[in-house]
Design a protein around this ligand. Structure first.
Ligand code: GLP
Length: 267
């Protein structure tokens, strides 16, 4: 696992956006460009700066999304697209609507209004597989280490399915719902830990003091279903991009190791 420590949130976002850009450009210039680049995407406050950077690159003509297919991680169950807290709305508002060449038919987001959640999730997995899997999954992390909506104790082999949200997550996310946890949907559709794990590369953004415990558990703790993100310790292409503030619970050894080793790594 790589851990790329940047001074602050802005630098973390710039680094992550540059990494994604380079991956897309490398894909499109190789023989594999006959198939689209498949990009997994998250919502939340963590990726907003990355989306701003990617939009800037796209509008400056530095990065095309014409050959990119996206799959979002999750969606609240019961929220229609037009609800301003649905992840469909978030993604269009913060990202897709600002890109000059994103094809709407290349955007995949789980439908939170589906009448048959099981079938919706099965079809999502099948669609990912039909593209040959996800090339790069960008993700965020909850304060309890959840990845997508895979709360603590979700199986590390889980696939796309319905998830019950913990009270903790509903309290944390209530900041977007008038600070009322009861207004936060109690269930969501989410890709599984196994779905993320099957991606060729996984890039997780971890920033801010409130994520320090989660970062330490992900990087230094044992692999455990209690911290679902820790499953990435077994992934051969996992990168954590973080800021200094999130490093507060790492041991000095770990912190120094990654700063040292990354000096020799390239994007
Ligand atoms: C939600 C999402 C996660 C996201 C997490 C952290 O629970 N389902 O995918 O990683 O929030 O969000 P934030 O980046 O706002 O801290």
């Amino acid at each position: 696992m790589r851990v790329v420590i940047q001074n602050d949130y802005d630098k973390m976002c710039k680094w992550a956006a540059e990494y994604i850009k380079n991956r897309i450009i490398a894909h499109n210039s190789g023989e594999q460009a006959v198939r689209p680049f498949v990009l997994g995407l998250p919502t939340g406050s963590s990726p907003i700066g990355v989306y701003q950077q990617l939009v800037r690159m796209n509008r400056a003509g530095e990065l095309s999304f014409a050959n990119v297919v996206t799959f979002n991680m999750d969606e609240y169950l019961g929220l229609p697209h037009e609800h301003d807290q649905s992840y469909w709305y978030f993604m269009h508002d913060n990202f897709f609507d600002h890109l000059v060449d994103m094809k709407p038919e290349h955007i995949n987001i789980l439908n939170g209004m589906t009448e048959d959640p099981e079938a919706e999730c099965r079809a999502y997995e099948e669609k990912i597989a039909s593209y040959g899997g996800i090339d790069l999954f960008m993700g965020g992390i909850g304060v309890d280490g959840h990845i997508a909506f895979n709360e603590p104790f979700t199986s590390l082999a889980s696939r796309t399915g319905v998830r019950n949200l913990t009270t903790d997550t509903r309290i944390v996310n209530s900041r977007f719902f008038g600070n009322d946890p009861e207004k936060v949907p109690s269930q969501a559709l989410s890709v599984g830990v196994g779905t993320v794990f099957d991606s060729k590369e996984v890039l997780i953004l971890i920033n801010g003091h409130n994520k320090a415990r989660a970062l330490a558990a992900t990087v230094e703790g044992g692999v455990s279903q209690k911290w679902t993100c820790s499953a990435l310790q077994y992934h051969n292409g996992a990168i954590i991009a973080c800021d200094e503030a999130a490093c507060g619970e790492l041991t000095v050894d770990t912190y120094k190791y990654f700063l040292d080793i990354e000096k020799r790594e390239r994007l």
